[in-house]
Write a protein that binds this ligand. Structure first.
Ligand SMILES: Nc1nc2c(ncn2[C@@H]2O[C@H](COP(=O)(O)OP(=O)(O)OP(=O)(O)O)[C@@H](O)[C@H]2O)c(=O)[nH]1
Ligand SMILES: [Mg+2]
Ligand SMILES: [Zn+2]
Length: 293
């Protein structure tokens, strides 16, 4: 019997495919390995369900988008979870996520967690200035924005991402009310997470769906994620509105005379943290030329 469905998780070579007839454990057909295609959580697939042998994923339908970190397909929103402390925010990693979301036509939404632990003003101002939605959450104090975060989930597939220990699983539990995903204490004085979540799994909350993912602390613009230095200005949302307003065409916004972006940074309209990420990424990517690939 052939059925259509969506991959809700993958473990050790098995994929769990949700269909209108229930959830089926499947193996991917060998051809996918030959073609170097890995099935991803979020993939729409056609499977064959058998009585006698293992079920197989036969077709992976065309993806709307795909990310490598976290490994997901067909998402509508990327909920970027940042803790005010424990672990401390890492702006370059967060900004690489927003850039990759923009490149893949995914809406980034920011949630600042652990607002009970530290002053989050700078963090809040930094992301508020981008134009993205920014929500606050504390699992300890009152969280008046929980309902607003919940309404972000309606009718779409939202992947939660962020460093290990920022509180992704904790937040998903709070949003759902009846899930009890495993959460992990922060280790040692450095306040690092313990990589508690190991799977990329879809859960349904109300009429929306979320993906809990494993945390990571680095990300790069390579392989399937290549970004050229001259594309970056389009993927910093708050810069993209001002492209063409610099004095010289082809301005790289690195301190050139008459640079509109630089003057907006001076005026405090564009955040210095975000601008520093831009300059760092520009310098990292500038020697990468299209003809080298
Ligand atoms: N003080 C405080 N602690 C929190 C808050 N949210 C989560 N925590 C704690 O932070 C720790 C890590 O939370 P998790 O939800 O496991 O973090 P995670 O992002 O899912 O981490 P990984 O699965 O490792 O990627 C747990 O001990 C939580 O109880 C918060 O708002 N305030
Ligand atoms: Mg987790
Ligand atoms: Zn400029």
């Amino acid at each position: 019997m052939q059925l259509d469905g969506q991959i809700i998780k993958g473990i050790g070579g098995f994929y769990y495919v949700e269909t209108t007839n229930g959830i089926f454990e499947c193996k991917a057909k060998g051809k996918f390995r030959k073609e170097k295609i890995s099935p991803l959580t979020g993939d729409y697939v056609t499977i064959t369900v058998r009585e006698d042998k293992e079920n197989t994923i036969d077709i992976i339908h065309e993806r709307k988008n795909k990310l490598i970190r976290p490994p997901v397909a067909n998402i509508d929103k990327l909920m970027i979870v940042i803790s005010a402390a424990k672990p401390m925010p890492n702006f370059p990693v967060i900004d690489k996520m927003t850039v990759l979301a923009e490149k893949n036509n995914i809406e980034p939404v920011i949630v600042i967690t652990k607002t009970d632990l530290a002053d989050y003003k700078e963090l809040y101002e930094t992301y508020k200035s981008t134009g993205y939605k920014v929500y606050l959450y504390s699992d300890v104090n009152d969280s008046s924005m929980l309902e607003a975060i919940k309404s972000e989930l309606k009718g779409n597939l939202t992947a939660f991402t962020g460093n290990s220990g920022v509180g992704k699983s904790t937040l998903i539990n709070a949003l759902s009310g009846d899930l009890s995903l495993e959460t992990g204490e922060i280790s040692d004085k450095l306040g690092r997470g313990r990589h508690t979540t190991r799977q990329t799994e879809i859960f349904h909350i109300g009429d929306g769906s979320v993906i809990d993912t494993a945390g990571f602390s680095s990300i790069d613009f390579s392989n399937d994620n290549v970004i050229f230095s001259d594309e970056l200005e389009y993927y910093f949302k708050e810069f993209s509105e001002h492209i063409g307003e610099c004095k010289f065409t082809g301005c790289a916004h690195l301190g050139e005379k008459g640079c509109k972006i630089c003057s907006l940074v001076e005026e405090g309209i564009i955040s210095k943290n975000r601008y520093e990420s831009y300059v760092t990424f520009y310098n990292e990517q500038k020697n990468l030329k299209k003809w080298n690939l």
